[in-house]
Design a binder for this molecule. Structure first.
Ligand code: GDP
Length: 418
């Protein structure tokens, strides 16, 4: 039966102290530092490394040597291999430490046949979830490192047309596993109207394909400014960005981060010129913790529950919404037991394999012994037969009468005596 729970809201009259909780939380967080794992995917040359370096205002990913960007003829005919690489950096701002792990997939979309180029990326996301799941089921869970991908920045080529099949394929395969943030790369290569049109087309494609992209939550008790800011971010999806770590001079004499062209300067940090600032707000300034929370409470929970279900462990779907420690404990126990059963089955299989190997070996040596015994027996029988033959010969010679010596022999004997 549902019971109605009455919550009595009351202000405390004297000093209790829990108003200090946010401060305690703040101190603990600053002491521990923060971790953020971000995956960056898109074709080579779309400005991924530059954007990451622009976001964190330092060199996180080393730019490719110029030869690699220009000399393509030498590698002609060689299929690029998609690799997964992680670059880690510890950065600090006003005493707050952030451990940043940037996961890249060099080679993505560069092969002639890109049918399977999504696989290493999806495998990487899954294996990070698996590691976390495994760590959670260990007895000592105090120091679990969270290597799960908290956000995936997907770079869309600024073609001005619409999403390509490869874009749709990759986004559809990862959108339920990561917080997907699509961005239009190098937006300075399109004019303003083209950018707007392209954004609309991309958003329509995303909706049509039912691709889920990360959208910041607006809460009831958020103040007006936060709400307005959130809405402005959402209205600008997908962000059309420009990256550059170089400083350039504007015509009015300011030094800014940007890109200089004969017709003018594009300022990276100018919100009226591109969406870089909005992306930084979403990714780092306002929503980094939300990205991590969504990864843990929604995306990972979904993955985990599906995985357990596949292993035959029944799940209650309400687990997503309400955290129930008993159910969680039960799931963990079931997971642990399933693991033990798997280990036991593996050990049994190894044992049986070893026993049957030993049996085969014994059978082989038994057959060997039997053969050797047979050979020896035949050899001995032959020897006996030979000896028997010799014996018979000797006996035959012995039974013959003694013959007188011939005359010549008698003469010789006489001469010798003289
Ligand atoms: P990645 O291979 O995707 O990591 O691309 P890089 O960051 O190495 O950039 C490739 C080239 O594009 C470099 O010459 C960058 O200077 C240039 N680039 C990076 N970002 C932008 C941008 O926003 N606009 C333009 N026009 N060029 C950019």
């Amino acid at each position: 039966m549902d019971q109605e729970i009455k919550i009595i809201k009351r202000k405390v009259s004297g000093f209790v102290g829990f108003a200090n909780l946010p401060k305690q939380w703040h101190r603990k967080s600053v002491r521990r530092g923060f971790t953020f794992n971000c995956m960056v995917v898109g074709e080579g040359g779309l400005g991924k490394a530059t954007l990451v370096n622009t976001l964190f205002n330092r060199e996180i990913i080393a730019p490719k040597p110029v030869e690699e960007l220009t000399v393509e003829d030498e590698n002609e005919g060689v299929e690029p291999v998609l690799k997964i690489e992680t670059t880690s950096a510890e950065i600090e701002e006003d005493g707050v430490k952030l451990k940043l792990n940037v996961v890249t997939a060099p080679g993505f979309g560069e092969a002639i046949n890109n049918t399977d180029s999504w696989k290493p990326i999806v495998d990487e996301i899954n294996s990070r979830f698996d590691h976390y799941l495994e760590a959670e089921s260990r007895i000592n869970r105090s120091a679990i490192t969270d290597n799960r991908i908290h956000a995936l920045l997907y770079f869309i080529e600024p073609t001005g047309h619409s999403l390509r099949a490869l874009d749709v394929q990759l986004m559809k395969l990862v959108h339920e596993k990561v917080n997907l943030i699509p961005v239009i790369a190098k937006s300075d290569t399109l004019v303003d109207e083209e950018v707007e049109e392209f954004k609309t087309r991309v958003m329509n494609d995303i909706k049509y394909q039912k691709i889920k992209i990360f959208t910041p939550q607006i809460y009831e008790n958020d103040d007006e400014e936060v709400t307005a800011n959130c809405k402005a971010l959402i209205a600008s999806f997908p962000f059309a960005v420009v990256g550059s770590t170089s400083e350039v001079q504007t015509p009015d004499g300011r030094t800014v981060r940007g890109r200089a062209y004969p017709w003018g300067v594009i300022e990276v940090d100018n919100e009226s010129q591109n969406d870089f600032v909005k992306l930084r707000q979403l990714l780092v300034r306002n929503n980094l913790e939300e990205l991590k929370e969504t990864t843990s409470d929604v995306l990972y929970e979904k993955y985990r529950s599906e995985k357990l279900e596949k292993m035959g462990i029944e799940q209650d779907n309400t687990v997503f919404k309400e955290f129930d420690p008993l159910t969680k404990q039960e799931e963990e126990r079931a997971l642990h037991e399933a693991k033990l059963a798997k280990m036991e089955a593996e050990m049994k299989a190894v044992f049986q394999h070893k026993v049957s190997e030993k049996e085969k070996k014994l059978q082989r040596s038994e057959a060997d012994l039997f053969n050797r015994h047979g050979e020896m027996k035949t050899k001995l029988e032959k020897q006996i037969q030979l000896l028997e033959e010799k014996k018979a010969q000797l006996e035959k010679q012995k039974s013959l009468p003694v013959q007188p010596a011939p005359a010549t022999q008698q003469k010789a004997r006489k001469g010798f005596l003289r």
